[in-house]
Design a protein around this ligand. Structure first.
Ligand code: F6R
Length: 263
């Protein structure tokens, strides 16, 4: 796993957005796996700006979101469909039918989840999967003890996740406890994965994911099995990493190789 310690979340957002834009320039029908939550907002802001100011064309892109709550309509302010419209889709030239979310209102959810997986395969697989991480190490809504081979399915959210996300709900408002999420196996099928983690609250999860044993108790540790994962951290989320100096030195050496023209 490549660990890139950035001075600020903005630096990470810039690096990831530039990475996506470079991939898009090479492949106009790029397939993106998308996350919601506070972490990726800076990436989406930069993609919207690239469209508005530089005319970057997203019209052939296909997107698959990681997860969605069961029981919220697409118009609900806390639904992930609404989040994506607000932060990305309404700001770029992407037709609604090119974006898919894990199913949440089909009568036969299991069959619909299989259909979602099939749609990813038909699109040729996810080129770049964007991830955040929960303080408990979840990716998507694959909570601790999720099978590392899991596919898209319904999950019950842990108390920790419900508590962390309670800030988005008004007092007395019903907070969904169920979500449909890509599985860990689904995520590991992506060709490339970028994960961003910021703030002290994520430090423990970052340490367990990068340096801990692979364990379903920290779902993000499964990323150690993927050949192309870059984790962008800030000084706060990197604070518990034991090999922090080494990751910095790796980055410096990568820069030197770049300058020397190596690929
Ligand atoms: C959301 C998702 C979650 C979040 C995680 C971190 O689509 O997949 O795994 O990435 O809960 O959330 P934030 O970014 O709000 O800290």
């Amino acid at each position: 796993m490549r660990v890139i310690e950035c001075t600020h979340p903005d630096e990470a957002a810039e690096l990831v957005a530039n990475d996506i834009l470079a991939a898009l320039a090479k492949k106009p029908d790029l397939v993106l796996g998308l996350a919601t939550g506070s972490t990726p907002i800076g990436i989406y802001e930069r993609l919207v700006r690239a469209h508005r100011e530089d005319g970057v064309d997203f019209s052939r892109v296909r997107t698959f979101n990681l997860d969605e709550y069961i029981g919220l309509s697409a118009e609900h302010p806390q639904s992930y469909r609404m989040f994506m419209r607000e932060h990305l889709f309404d700001g770029i030239d992407l037709a609604p039918e090119q974006s898919r979310f894990p199913p949440t209102d089909d009568h036969d959810l299991q069959a619909a989840c299989a259909g979602f997986e099939a749609a990813i395969r038909e699109a040729g697989g996810i080129d770049i999967q964007i991830l955040g991480i929960g303080a408990n190490g979840h990716i998507g809504f694959n909570e601790p003890t999720s099978s590392l081979a899991s596919r898209t399915r319904v999950k019950t959210l842990t108390d920790k996740t419900l508590h962390d996300n309670a800030r988005f709900y008004e007092e007395g408002e019903v907070q969904p406890q169920l979500a449909t999420t890509m599985g860990i196996g689904t995520i590991l099928d992506a060709k490339r994965i970028v994960l961003q983690a910021f703030g002290t609250k994520k430090a423990q999860a970052v340490r367990a994911s990068v340096e801990g044993p692979i364990s379903s108790f920290c779902p993000a540790s499964a990323l150690q099995m993927h050949p192309s994962v870059t984790m962008y951290v800030d000084p706060a989320s990197a604070s518990m990493l034991t090999m922090r100096d080494y990751y910095r030195r790796v980055r410096e050496n990568e820069r030197s190789l770049d300058e020397l023209g190596f690929r």
